[in-house]
Design a protein. Sequence first.
Length: 162
Amino acid sequence: MAANTGKFFGHNFFKGWKKSFDLKSRTNYADYSSFLVLNFCVITLIFLFSWFLSKETFAFLIIYLIADLFPMTSLALRRLNDGGSHPKYLLAIFGLFGGWWKLRERLAAPSSGEIDPMQGMGRVEKIISDTFLWGAPEIAGIVIGFSFTIVCLALYFISVFI
């Protein structure tokens, strides 16, 4: 079981980047979720900056997302190690809907020897982690489904009237 650092967000964000190529050690849920939250905020800020202020910085967003594959993959593998799951579960991300849900469950599982995966986290961190890991993907799925439906309807009406 990985020791809980007791530090969240900023500290774990930089720690996640420093351990980008460490695939064998362990990462507890608190470190994992706080990295995800801050990483999401950084990506959102870069996107908003490039969208509203400077279109040239959009290339920086692409570079950041490509570079982000290393700490995210490393973090997921370390989290699977800590939860006692085989690293092959990371391949579930390529599966359709069911695989992604199974991977999320494994990443949010308690560490080996723990009962509560959020052990040592403060109340605010628990709320943010729960919302981010379970609520945000649900909302994103609804938005993507709704957008896909609108696009399909638009294409249908275009094909009927042309």
